[in-house]
Design a protein around this ligand. Structure first.
Ligand code: ZN
Length: 191
């Protein structure tokens, strides 16, 4: 029964799922502890969004080989989410609908794009659809989710963080991220 989520959804809302990809889950190249636990939670939100006729967006990190964010290039991360590899695929149990709108990021040779808004054109897309509020979950809470939530707030969108549908790289980072998102005016739910 997802009626509670359905009741909370309003016209003008969109569901936004950040980087729920194999490489960010246990067994992947840049695994986040218990990352796969966000999947059943987000599946409930996906079902509710479909029932209410709301758009579902899903971002994916989609790097060229030897991307600038990788350690061998002086970046912070091991190689991950390389285009067309198994690791870059969405988690197999994530029930993305056929109508999902994908946001592809991290493709540029010259910079990393943690935020789903960073030079993706997403702000334009959301405004053209009349979206005013984003429900955001996914991976990782203290990296790409954080950057996306802060950018969404800067763009003037209302934001609800799906708190049980996101996991951080580190517990400490997750605590700090949640504080920053709260201070930026994001609603954290369930609190
Ligand atoms: Zn990346």
């Amino acid at each position: 029964m997802s009626s509670q989520i359905e009741d909370a959804f309003q016209p003008g809302d969109a569901l936004t799922i950040v980087d729920v990809q194999n490489d960010f889950c246990p067994g992947g190249a840049l695994p986040i502890a218990a990352g796969q636990e966000v999947v059943p939670v987000l599946n409930r939100y996906i079902r509710a969004a479909l029932t209410k006729g709301l758009p579902v967006y899903a971002s994916r990190d989609w790097h060229p080989r030897d991307h600038i964010s990788f350690k061998q290039r002086g970046g912070p991360w091991p190689p991950h989410c390389i285009q067309d590899t198994e690791g870059a695929q969405f988690h197999p149990e994530l029930q993305l609908p056929e109508s999902v709108i994908k946001i592809t990021k991290g493709v540029r040779f010259d910079l990393d794009q943690n935020s789903i808004f960073h030079e993706t054109g997403l702000e334009h897309e959301l405004r053209s659809k009349g979206i005013v509020r984003l429900w955001i979950g996914g991976l990782a809470e203290d990296v790409c989710v954080l950057a996306s939530v802060l950018d969404a707030r800067r763009c003037g969108f209302e934001v609800v963080l799906i708190a049980n549908g996101t996991k951080p790289v580190s517990a400490e980072g997750g605590k700090r991220a949640r504080q920053q998102m709260h201070e930026a005016g994001a609603r954290i739910e369930p609190d």
